[in-house]
Design a protein around this ligand. Sequence first.
Ligand code: G3I
Length: 319
Amino acid sequence: RTTLRALAQPTGLRIGTAINTDELGSNARYDRIAARQFSSVTPENVMKWDAVEPQRGQFDYADADELIRFAKKNHQLVRGHTLVWYNQLPQWLVELGPSLTKKQATAILKQHVIDEVTHFKGRIWQWDVVNEAFEEDGTLRNSLWLQKIGPSYIEKAFRWAHEADPKALLFYNDYNIEYGGPKQDAAYALVKGLKKKGVPIDGVGFQTHLDTQYGIPDLETTMKKFAKLGLKTAETEVDVRTTLPVTPVEQSAQNAGYSETLQACLLVKACISYTVWGFGDEYSWIPGVFPGEGAADLYDENLVAKPQYTALQTVLRTA
Ligand code: G3I
């Protein structure tokens, strides 16, 4: 057997992917790859607040529930993504936000965390409780939650999530914390402080959205440093973009981006999952956000495996 999940199985490492539920159930090739290659799944969008509570008090968990069923059927674990974020908030909340008092904002956020975690109780392996709380300079992002509640919204969110599902592993998740610098330092200080206070946090998710022009971060050293705080780690949204069309040297840099980040996870005992942010270039978020870049995923537009995929197989064969 040569699928990623089969090759990884003896190591205990879960190999995951983000899932676009628009494809699920309507694209047989997509379903087959998702089921066969991966042992963990993350909803790319359908557990975000705008998806689950489009109108205030009206909940829509249908797409997320469909993914949960798919995961169960295929013996996959689920990473819940994401409870507290500045982005993809429902329109009603964006409109209401500015007028909220601290007390009201706290009540709304608490209700959301408790409602959603309770809905999925017992079915989520890891929750991204708080996502992307920092700016690049290491200051806290000026989100609705920071403005209205203050920095304590972070620890509150972890406590509420733990209350609602004590068995789920609770993660802080961010990007550009794979590289040393003020943002990584700030994330480290945050989680160290939370651990010290006894806040129920279990892990740190390194999103790992790489670009060949910025090089490959030393995730082995970084994840070991975070693990020393008594935390698990995960690579949660791996992709490696480059400028189009892909030259041979960019292709080899992409292969290295995937294989070195997977190797880092295998070398760090605390690293419990390696998740790619989707597997097909056709469905990638990258071209929409970085014009002229793409080809970031393991499979091409026709869902044919690319050299990045083979690179991951090679690493897993040595593990
Ligand atoms: O659902 C609406 C649809 O009703 C509308 O017609 C359509 C028109 O643009 O937009 C749809 O919403 C889009 C949504 O994805 C669902 O498809 C948004 O425009 C689009 O911005 C959104 O993009 C997502 C992005 O997060 C938003 O920030 C990407 O798919 C998703 O891959 C991306 O994922 C994030 C992680 O959650 C956090 N880390 C970074 C990562 C990449 O940005």
